[in-house]
Write a protein that binds this ligand. Structure first.
Ligand code: NAP
Length: 252
């Protein structure tokens, strides 16, 4: 084992939704820090695989539609079979539906809550059962500024991300003494598919940018450092933290 407390050498990481956006940035950062990566999702993750392998690490794609909890046991089992263990889980896959609260539909409520919150919980449970056998592990949940703030026109998204931040703390309370660290990263406003509609709206885009002290939207690689840290031995005494990586948004 290396002396570097940030090294992920010899670790196996599962990253959901790693074919694009923040999940891809996180998967590549974990690989550069030494982890082998299982990308889990419904769309192939070839580009992520190329970048993980270019970093000298093993890569596997586990196809799974995370809109229900049906695949969670298989995701864990397949990862362990192919990569020999499961040390790190990043619950990144997520969706957003935008409509005025007055018109919001049950379908848009359920879809977002199921993917962003229910699956994240049951995948964490399945992964934790595996991690406990190995003496511990790291779980990193990707939450949002809307874990702290209300937002507008995204009721199920705000509920899901506030719920996931709460769940991060609950799981930390239950599993900290068992060697599993559960923490969350709250990204600010990043240039990904998730924010395409916001960035396309000139007025909203200008308003948002005007409030970011860093003066720019985040890029997927901006999350890498926090993800590597929370997945590493350096964060062994961190439990239940929700770490903003937001260009200063919450400081305003
Ligand atoms: P994105 O580009 O839309 O990526 C979302 C990822 O989740 C994609 O890989 C997507 O797969 C996957 N996913 C969605 N539904 C899925 C399902 N049913 N089964 C499997 N995979 C599914 O957006 P992103 O910005 O990178 O989002 C990543 C996470 O960060 C999300 O949880 C989001 O809420 C959160 N976040 C983003 C921002 C931001 O500013 N961008 C800010 C705060 C939090 P497909 O490509 O197949 O759809």
């Amino acid at each position: 084992m290396t002396d570097n407390p940030f090294s992920l050498e010899g670790r196996v990481a599962v990253v959901t939704g790693a074919n694009t956006g923040l999940g891809q940035g996180i998967a590549v950062a974990l690989a550069k820090a030494g982890a082998d990566v299982a990308a889990v999702g419904r769309s192939p993750a070839e580009e992520t695989g190329r970048q993980v392998e270019a970093a000298g690490r093993r890569f596997t794609f586990v196809e799974a539609d995370l809109s229900s909890i049906e695949p969670v046991e298989r995701v864990v089992r397949t990862t362990v079979e192919r990569l020999g263990g499961l040390d790190i889980l990043v619950n990144n896959a997520g969706i957003i539906r935008r409509a005025d609260a007055i018109d919001f539909t049950e379908a848009d409520w359920d879809a977002v809550m199921d993917t962003n919150l229910k699956t994240a919980f049951f995948l964490s449970q399945a992964a934790a059962r595996e991690m406990l056998k190995a003496g511990g592990g790291k779980i990193v949940n990707i939450v949002s500024m809307l874990s702290f703030q209300g937002g507008i026109r995204v009721p199920s998204y705000t509920a899901s991300k506030s719920g996931l931040a709460g769940l991060t703390k609950l799981l930390a309370n239950e599993w900290a003494a068992k060697g599993i660290n559960v923490n969350a990263i709250a990204p600010g406003y990043f240039e990904t598919n998730n924010t395409e509609a916001l960035r396309a709206d000139e007025g909203r885009s200008r308003e948002i940018l005007g409030r970011i002290p860093a003066g720019r939207w985040g890029r997927p690689e901006d999350l890498g450092g926090a993800a590597v840290f929370l997945a590493s031995r350096a964060a062994d005494y961190m439990h239940g933290a929700v770490v903003p990586v937001d260009g200063g948004w919450l400081a305003r």
